[in-house]
Design a protein around this ligand. Structure first.
Ligand SMILES: Cc1cc2nc3c(=O)[nH]c(=O)nc-3n(C[C@H](O)[C@H](O)[C@H](O)COP(=O)(O)O)c2cc1C
Length: 191
């Protein structure tokens, strides 16, 4: 069984990215993955600081890192803030990238060897494209293989129907295509 975590980069009630994450989680499961949906609101993650880390590694940062480490693949569904990744998500990615215990500086146990994918929903007509470009770079830096498929949902305030489904066939089919590829690549990398 291929294990995949879905991480939404917004904790806002009514978040469009959480809605997109829910749809993606269902398509990942339909393609055979064991899916865990990560709600970052349930993790008490202080803003990363080396001083804080030197004092004591935050327990929830370790919990998030261990959750990531237990997966074969990770799907990030992120808003765009001022052309980039929101601090909520960047902070979570940064904490989970840190070595713990006897690990070397770049052990990257939460990330190395895993497949990742990215999606965005945005109220703008550009769909969060700039955030996804930055997110791809970050996920490559932590040594994951970011699959080429991705999903942009522009005009997100008008994109979902009352049941939370995407109204347009194109983004809906891209969610399915991206989910299928992530399950396949994550499974292949896990061997
Ligand atoms: C600080 C801030 C900066 C934003 N910058 C952008 C932006 O650069 N591009 C964009 O498309 N939307 C931007 N937005 C609007 C978001 O697309 C919108 O708030 C969206 O609903 C956030 O995702 P969510 O619904 O999942 O919380 C910004 C929102 C905030 C709060």
């Amino acid at each position: 069984m291929t294990h995949i975590a879905v991480i939404a980069g917004s904790t806002r009630a009514g978040s469009f990215n959480r809605a997109l994450a829910r749809l993606a989680a269902a398509r990942l499961a339909a393609h055979g993955a064991e899916v865990v949906e990560v709600d970052l609101a349930t993790f008490d993650l202080p803003l990363y600081s080396a001083a804080l880390e030197a004092e004591a590694f935050p327990p929830d940062a370790l919990r998030l890192k261990q959750l990531f480490a237990a997966q074969d693949g990770l799907l990030f569904v992120s808003p765009e803030y001022n052309g980039s990744v929101p601090p909520l998500l960047k902070n979570a990615i940064d904490w989970a990238s840190r070595p713990t215990g006897d690990e070397g500086l770049v052990a990257l146990t939460a990330y190395r060897g895993k497949a990742t994918a990215v999606m965005a929903a945005s109220i703008s007509p550009f769909g969060g494209l700039r955030a996804l470009a930055h997110l791809r770079q970050i996920l490559s830096t932590v040594q994951t293989l970011v699959i080429p498929e991705q999903v942009l949902v522009p005009n997100a305030h008008a994109a979902f129907d009352a049941d939370g489904a995407l109204k347009d066939a194109l983004p809906a089919s891209l969610v399915d295509m991206t989910a299928a590829r992530l399950v396949a690549v994550a499974g292949a990398l896990a061997g």
